[in-house]
Design a protein around this ligand. Structure first.
Ligand code: NAP
Length: 266
């Protein structure tokens, strides 16, 4: 089987490092280059803390994607750069696999249209952990029968976007099966602004940020005399890597943008 040549954007980050380790130990994937904010022209393996892979580091994403022969971009940076890198990849016929969260709906629509125009595949997944995908699917099912629901998501304190992409995606899936409804007392008032969390169609999302956490979410359903909690925990970044690997392989067969890992699972 042909190798899949990947560019990793954000190699020194927590997710980027885990992705490089996954690529280093994978037979099908081969590192073509990295896009970083530092270390222009250096070899990846010469950078402290990164696996000994022999590929060049570029600080200029546009130059990297036009010069390097690559099939897939693994994008793991920040929302703003992630969007620019994803667009650049598509313009250079490189298929993006995007873990970066925080893209707006408008950006997602634009990238979907660009994939259609270019007939190129892309995968954008707010959560690459298989367990988290199952949590979202089970939540959608539960919401049909228990429509009163609140989401609590907990992440490490370096996370830039809130609520998390996973919480937003969970709420969107629940919206597909649940009529819009206000929850709580009809006359409830917040004594301190934000006390009831963010509101999606009456569903509340609460975001917690603390050191020590990685990525955790509880979806809590309330009914008469009962609650149901569907909970998922990622304890380290390895939890996301089987989803990244699967996406790198599947994206080669796609000619549209797929949003959410669940669409790639059998
Ligand atoms: P992180 O540790 O802060 O890493 C981000 C990295 O991106 C940093 O090394 C940063 O460099 C680098 N960076 C920033 N701008 C860049 C640019 N223009 N070019 C190249 N590199 C650039 O964050 P993380 O925890 O790895 O998370 C990265 C993204 O993945 C976030 O959006 C996060 O929400 C998302 N995430 C997704 C999943 C999923 O399953 N989809 C799971 C976890 C996290 P500096 O160090 O120099 O700032």
């Amino acid at each position: 089987m042909d190798k899949i040549r990947v560019i990793v954007a954000g190699p020194r980050g927590k997710m980027g490092k885990a992705a490089l380790e996954m690529v280093a130990s994978d037979e099908r994937l081969e590192l073509a280059a990295c896009i970083d904010r530092k270390h222009e022209g250096e070899r990846v393996g010469d950078i402290d803390g990164l696996p000994s892979l022999d590929a060049e580091v570029y600080t200029d994403a546009a130059r990297c994607m036009s010069e390097v022969e690559a099939d897939v971009l693994i994008e793991l940076t920040t929302p703003e750069n992630g969007y620019l890198h994803t667009k650049l990849a598509l313009e250079n016929e490189i298929r993006p696999v995007v873990g970066t969260t925080g893209f707006t709906e408008e950006q997602l629509n634009e990238l979907t249209a660009l994939c259609e125009e270019k007939k190129l595949g892309a995968v954008i997944a707010p959560n690459f952990a298989i367990g988290a995908v199952l949590m979202m699917q089970f939540s959608k099912w539960a919401a049909k029968h228990m429509p009163q629901v609140e989401i609590i998501e907990k992440h490490h304190d370096q996370k830039l976007d809130a609520p998390s992409g996973t919480a937003v995606k969970t709420a969107q899936l629940i919206q597909e099966v649940r009529d819009s409804q206000k929850q709580g007392h009809p006359e409830e008032k917040e004594a301190i602004e934000g006390a009831r969390g963010a509101d999606v169609d009456g569903m509340k999302i609460h975001s917690m940020r603390l050191p020590g956490l990685v990525a955790h979410q509880e979806v809590i359903f309330g009914g008469l005399g009962q609650t149901l909690t569907i909970k998922h925990d990622s304890y380290n970044r390895e939890s996301f890597m089987s989803g990244v690997k699967l996406s790198c392989e599947k994206v080669m067969e796609l000619d549209v943008l797929v949003y959410g890992l669940e669409h790639l699972l059998e």
